[in-house]
Write a protein that binds this ligand. Structure first.
Ligand code: FAD
Length: 577
């Protein structure tokens, strides 16, 4: 079946819905294609808040937010992106409020704000209240609010449609192919502009805060087609994953006064970040936790985790401001945060790298910022680069609305002056062949087995700390897994809701994004932000103050090009907290 819309957005999370909404407001005919029902998108899991210098609780300025973002990103953040972001996120939060988002309120009626890691006043002197929040369900509220607005603006939704291909010909984006999950039918989508807003890929790791569906599908599809992925080596581990499951406990818990303690009961962050302690950025805290455990000061019988202590907080703060994470802790661990500290360890959380874009979401294909006409990206799938080497908490929800809005406006304006491209049934061919190959395979390899091996090995060789030796080992493991992937087979040969087939497709994407990540990490011989190389422990601005563009040249072979970091107001400095 064929469909035609001026702007088609892939993904119905916060980024996709913001993009679609603003494209529709520009007057474009807009559709959203999503493998999940929109309000099941992972933005709904975001807990702690959206950062904006509203200054409702105390003095704050967009310049401070910009500075924190650049410093938090270990100076790999493009400063033009940080400036646009820190200014526009203020307006974006107020706009969400006007759309009806039920933010928590201060007694004077203004939006409440809390502290979060790496957000400071006066250029790093002390933590600041910057995160606007709706209890610890901020993402859920954003998703619901944006979805309602999209429905109001008559945007067409293709729900439970799994995109399997982006049609790129003559360097131009022309359309999409998607598998309708209910029927198994392949659909052809013709578009003047396409926006990729398909989220992250935390499922490459065993311990992760990410949903099963976060498998980097569209990053992998574009990478296979020869487009680059930017800064993939920077993958964020969030400090407080519920141990051993990895389910997230928001940084808002520390923002409300929670303290990390080691097995000896020490507030160990005093040693690593004397000024802002537990509210240091995530890369700093995650490394500190690993070091405490490694040096024998972990908690529990195996001394293999640390503790998040909320017991000194008033019970009403925990129950009212952190209701969801309190429940998670009670349900999954049987630990009541009101009475005892909660076991935690870092969990794979957020992709700083992804599909490179301009400040208007246009996908770029090289170090000269040459755009791919008609192709856009936004949200966690994209790399603007706002987050540099390490994202600050609350800056992703802000990123979705600021850069989603920009991508939507630009895509709609581009579409007004563009023509549709001719597409035929033949464009379904590559997707059909891939699906038939998997369905008809008599190979002996199983998706669940390969995926488990991938996730464990990525955890062992390419997580918080890396070395050249471990990464090289992972390169070899990935080659072997990719080879075995060619021999996977599935038992379900049916058409309707063939989740086994979908998981097989997704495993292919996980392998591709892992390949880009591991090669990029092996290539970058320095430590910066979330990329901590034990064999190269120092940041090396002389050689590495630049963005990585990784290109797939063959299975197991990756080529690199580099893009300068956009500097500006803030000179790179040693990063202390
Ligand atoms: C537990 C948790 C808590 C968080 N808390 C915060 C927070 O407090 N503040 C903050 O700023 N950030 C937070 N984050 C990060 C933030 O929530 C995410 O980075 C952000 O929501 C990503 O939004 P997105 O729109 O890019 O992607 P998603 O919301 O993940 O949406 C992706 C969409 O793409 C679709 N899709 C993917 N592949 C395909 C395909 N092949 N075909 C069709 N559709 C496809 C999916 O169906 C989905 O609709 C948190 C993250 C987690 C995991």
């Amino acid at each position: 079946m064929a469909h035609r819309h001026e702007v088609i957005v892939v993904g119905a999370g916060g980024a996709g819905l913001a993009t679609a909404l603003y494209a529709a407001r520009e007057g474009a005919d807009v559709a959203v294609v999503s493998k999940l029902y929109p309000t099941r998108s992972h933005t709904g899991a975001a807990q702690g808040g959206i950062g904006a210098a509203l200054g409702n609780v105390e003095e704050d300025h967009w310049e401070w937010h910009m500075f924190d973002t650049v410093k938090g990103g270990d100076y790999l953040t493009d400063q033009d992106a940080a400036e646009v972001f820190a200014k526009e996120v203020i307006e974006a939060v107020i706009e969400l409020e006007h759309m009806g988002l039920p933010f928590d309120r201060l007694p004077n009626g203004k939006i409440a704000q809390r502290r979060f890691g790496g957000h400071t006043k006066d250029w790093g002197k002390a933590p600041v209240h910057r995160a606007a929040h709706a209890a610890d369900r901020t993402g859920h509220m954003i998703l619901q609010t944006l979805y309602q607005q999209c429905v109001k603006h008559n945007i067409t939704f293709y729900n439970e449609f799994h995109v399997t291909d982006v049609i790129l010909e003559d360097g131009v984006a022309k359309g999409l192919v998607a598998l309708e999950l209910a029927t198994g039918e392949l659909h052809l989508f013709q578009a003047k502009a396409i926006v990729i807003a398909s989220g992250g890929f935390g499922r490459i790791y065993k311990v992760t805060s990410n949903a099963y569906t976060l498998t980097g599908d569209l990053q992998a599809i574009l990478y296979r087609k020869g487009l680059p992925l930017e800064d993939m080596e920077f993958y964020q581990f969030h400090p407080t994953g519920l141990y051993p499951l990895g389910i997230l406990l928001t940084e808002g818990a520390r923002g409300e006064g929670g303290i990390l303690r080691n097995g000896l009961g020490e507030r160990f962050m005093e040693r690593y970040a004397p000024t802002i302690k537990d509210l240091a950025p995530r890369d700093v805290v995650a490394r500190a936790m690993y070091l405490e455990v490694r040096e024998g000061r972990g908690a529990g019988p195996k001394k293999d985790h640390v503790l998040l202590d909320l017991t000194h907080l008033p019970p009403e703060v925990i129950e009212k401001k952190l209701p969801d994470i309190t429940e998670f802790s009670r349900i999954y661990l049987g630990v009541d945060p009101l009475k005892e500290p909660v076991p935690v360890m870092p969990t794979a959380h957020y992709a700083m790298g992804g599909i490179p874009t301009t400040l208007w979401g246009q996908v770029i294909q090289d170090e000269k910022n040459t755009v791919v006409p008609g192709l856009y990206a936004a949200g966690e799938a994209a790399c603007v680069s706002l987050h540099g080497a390490n994202r600050l908490g609350t800056n992703s929800l802000g990123d979705l609305v600021v850069f989603g809005r920009r991508a939507g406006i630009h895509a709609a304006r581009f579409a007004k002056d563009a023509d549709y491209h001719e597409l035929t049934e033949e464009h379904l061919g590559p997707s059909r062949e891939r699906i038939e190959r998997i369905k008809n395979s008599t190979g002996k390899e199983k998706v669940a087995v390969l995926r488990a091996e991938l996730q464990q090995s990525m955890m062992d060789h390419a997580s918080v700390f890396r070395t050249g030796e471990l990464l090289q080992k992972q390169v070899e493991i990935l080659k072997e897994l990719m080879d075995r992937y060619k021999r996977i087979s599935i038992d379900d040969k049916g058409d309707a809701y063939n989740t086994e087939l979908v998981e097989a497709l997704e495993l292919g994407y996980l392998l591709e994004v892992s390949e880009a990540l591991v090669h990029s990490a092996l290539n970058r011989t320095e430590s910066r932000g979330a990329h901590a190389r034990e064999d190269y422990p120092e940041r090396d601005d002389q050689n590495w103050l630049k963005h990585t563009l990784a290109y797939k040249v063959a299975d197991g072979k990756v080529a690199f090009r580099y893009k300068p970091v956009v500097l500006g107001r803030f000179e790179p400095k040693a990063r202390t907290y």
